[in-house]
Ligand binder design. Structure first.
Ligand SMILES: O=C(O)CCC(=O)C(=O)O
Length: 267
């Protein structure tokens, strides 16, 4: 079923997130899961660490960066028509892919620090939404398997001082079925949950999009292998902000400006 775009956008603006089920049918979900399993092995083969102590308090998390270089299916996810329509509606037609990474919460994983993605990237005040995540759920998201926790209403915080020092019992969990994506406004404060299950892992893929003037978290030109870059078409190059000069944003606006220089005097 086609998701209702205006309804999703309203919900993101109102509550800071929206769960959109059935964005991966069973065959596509299986394909993405398989590619993801291979990506984890490839990370290890390349000698890249999968535990990042800057992010997670213990090694029960698997972090995978540079997903677009791991399998073309991840490029397909980045340009998924529904994900892209949402990103472009909220961030403009020239939105860029800032990052595409994964976090697997294994049994025993614990919460990282509370943060908003936008607060990590641009200075306050956070007056407008400049980044957002489309979170692809490869597993069901529940409170007991480390489902992401969010602070209700926090996408309206404009400064760090708006974040309460004592969060108390204010955090709420996302609930989403496997195959859904969750659109998360960049200003929503959140953290990973605690996985208290015995043997269930929770894998989420985070496709972060940003406005074209916000520096991307990843330097795709440097990070992607030559083979991956050569396979990209023009739309994908523009989305990743790489390739020939065609994506110098703002150039088109020069011709659109209506300033009349005919009568201007140069002194
Ligand atoms: O895995 C999660 O639930 C949240 C991860 C997260 O917020 C992050 O990696 O910045």
């Amino acid at each position: 079923m086609q998701p209702d775009l205006p309804e999703i956008l309203d919900e993101v603006q109102e509550t800071g997130f929206c769960v959109v089920p059935d964005m991966l049918d069973p065959a596509r979900l299986a394909r993405v899961r398989k590619a993801f399993g291979t990506a984890v092995e490839e990370m290890k083969r390349r000698g890249l660490v999968v535990f990042d102590p800057r992010l997670d308090p213990n090694p029960h998390n698997i972090r995978v960066n540079n997903l677009p270089d791991m399998d073309p299916v991840f490029i397909e996810l980045l340009r998924d028509p529904n994900a892209l329509a949402i990103a472009r509606a909220l961030l403009g037609e020239t939105a860029l892919v800032s990052n595409f990474s994964a976090n697997v919460a294994l049994p025993g994983s614990a919460s990282m620090n509370l943060h908003s993605d936008q607060a990590l990237i641009v200075p306050e005040p956070w007056s407008e939404c400049w980044v957002l995540n489309v979170i692809w759920c490869l597993d069901e998201v529940r409170p007991d398997n480390g489902g992401t926790l969010y602070l209700p209403g926090s996408h309206r915080f404009r400064r760090r001082e708006d974040v309460p020092a004592d969060i108390g019992k204010a955090l709420r969990p996302f609930h989403a079925p496997a195959g859904a994506f969750i659109v998360m406004e960049g200003r929503l404060w959140h953290t990973s949950g605690v996985n208290v299950t015995k043997d269930e892992s929770r894998a989420l893929l985070f496709a972060l999009y940003g406005r074209n003037f916000v520096r991307q978290q990843m330097n795709w030109e440097a990070l992607l292998s030559d083979g991956t870059k050569q396979a990209l078409d023009k739309e994908m190059q523009a989305l990743l902000g790489i390739g020939p000069l065609g994506n110098v944003y703002g150039v088109d606006l020069i011709m659109q400006s209506g300033y009349d220089l005919q009568s201007a005097e140069v002194l």
